[in-house]
Write a protein that binds this ligand. Structure first.
Ligand code: AOF
Ligand code: ZN
Length: 408
């Protein structure tokens, strides 16, 4: 996740010839003389940078990268490229320029030991005769969950855990959030004026942020599993909720929160439902209405969620999305939905585009200043986005980082 650590070393594109590894002080010296923790960290950083290349293509699987080192040289590397494809370890083993027997394997998640869409990676590592496996985190998938490392150890392979746990938890946060908490990893995004206004008064341009920021949003949409808005936003803006004019990593499910089915049957998201998936989260009562039938006929899927005092329970809405394999969810508004999600502590990252202008009115409850005041961000970065500033805040703890550190 991009918020607090941006310093990951860039992974090299390929390795046509084996390269001496940059292992800190002992660069170029034989492995026995190298400082192992430094080498381990720099190789894990490389594995994590490789892992990130799968972002938007591998979900609901984790992003995983792998680097194989022998006699101080990188002899192979790879990453999980797409859902259903070979795992990182298999890519790395397949790319080896020398025999990996006796090598050290740096992999950014515990190797799997189960038959999924692909065979167990532990078998491949054992067969290849590698001597050591270094990994930051246990895979919380119940089919693995420590068993992968036990198998490696039982086969005589040395296993080191806990290397760059925090950095790995950041890269793996969406996967860990879904598997551990049973909900998607949530990014809440909005644009606001300097004084915290998200919705300009009627008659003014609906755009608050500039073209560069809007493009950044489309890039974000292009790697999401789902994009969610409240029905108020559909009524006010009639958005399409698609990623446009950017390379598409996946096509997001469009989701509208609408307890009373106020969504117009001729809304853009409904009219396009036959060609682009569209889901309405609503109440069990609303599901029995004529409007529900009309929407279904238009190709909209309706899912009933739990209610409390007549309102949708957001935590349950999130579980429904997670059940459908949604790993990354972008919440785009409006202000009421953003506030409710923030209040329910369901937002992992907040992205606030702040435009250099003032708009009349009272600041909204979800505005940046209130988020700072009410949520105690764990980390915050700011960057320029054209004439706007993009604030990115991490609002939740990284899943499992602490637990994984204790676990050896
Ligand atoms: C690894 N290396 O690169 C990944 C792992 O259906 P499959 O075969 O793709 O298996 C998916 C599961 O494997 C996933 O839920 C997670 O537990 C693990 N992912 N494991 O050793 C990898 N992507
Ligand atoms: Zn695997």
């Amino acid at each position: 996740m991009p918020v607090s650590r941006q310093s990951q070393a860039k992974a090299t594109k390929s390795h046509p010839h084996s390269q001496r590894v940059a292992g800190g002080a002992a660069l170029g010296s034989p492995p026995s003389a190298q400082k192992l923790p430094e080498l381990d960290e720099s190789m894990m950083r490389r594995a994590l940078a490789l892992a990130k290349k799968g972002e938007g293509r591998v979900e609901p699987n984790p992003m995983v990268g792998c680097v194989i080192v022998r006699n101080g040289c990188v002899i192979g590397e790879g990453y999980h490229r797409r859902f259903g494809g070979p795992h990182a370890e298999i890519e790395a083993l397949g790319s080896c320029t020398r025999n990996p027997r006796g090598a050290t394997v740096y992999v950014s998640l515990e190797p799997c030991c189960h038959q999924g869409k692909t065979p167990p990676c532990t078998d491949a590592l054992i067969q290849a005769g590698v001597a050591r496996v270094v990994t930051p985190l246990r895979d919380p998938n119940p089919a693995v969950n420590g068993k992968g490392l036990r198998q490696l150890r039982a086969a005589g392979i040395a296993v080191t855990t806990g290397v760059l746990v925090h950095e790995a938890a950041e890269v793996l946060a969406p996967f860990l959030t879904r598997v551990r908490l049973g909900r998607p990893y949530v990014i809440a995004k909005w644009a606001q004026s300097l004084n915290g206004i998200l919705v300009p008064p009627l008659g003014q341009s609906k755009w608050i942020s500039g073209a560069i920021s809007r493009r950044a949003v489309h890039r974000l949409r292009a790697r999401m599993d789902a994009i969610l808005v409240g029905v108020g936003t559909v009524l006010a803006d009639d958005p399409l909720l698609t990623a446009r004019d950017v390379p598409l990593r996946r096509r997001a499910l469009r989701v509208v929160l609408d307890g009373k089915l106020r969504i117009p049957v001729n809304a853009n998201v409904v009219a396009s439902a036959r060609t682009r998936p569209m889901l309405v989260l609503t109440t069990p009562q609303a599901l029995k209405t004529k409007k529900a039938q009309q929407l279904t006929r238009k190709g909209v899927e309706l899912v009933a969620c739990k209610t409390r005092s007549g309102r949708l329970v957001l935590g349950d809405c999130m579980s429904r999305l997670s059940d459908r394999g949604v790993t990354n969810l972008l919440v785009e508004g409006g202000p009421m939905v953003l506030h409710a999600m923030l209040k329910a502590r369901l937002v992992d990252e907040a992205w606030a585009f702040v435009a250099p202008r003032l708009i009349g009115g009272e600041p909204q409850r979800c505005c940046l200043a209130n988020v700072f005041a009410n949520t105690d961000p764990r980390a915050a970065t700011v960057e320029r986005s054209g004439n706007d500033l993009l604030y990115r805040l991490r609002l939740t703890d990284l899943p499992r980082a602490a637990e994984a550190r204790r676990w050896k």
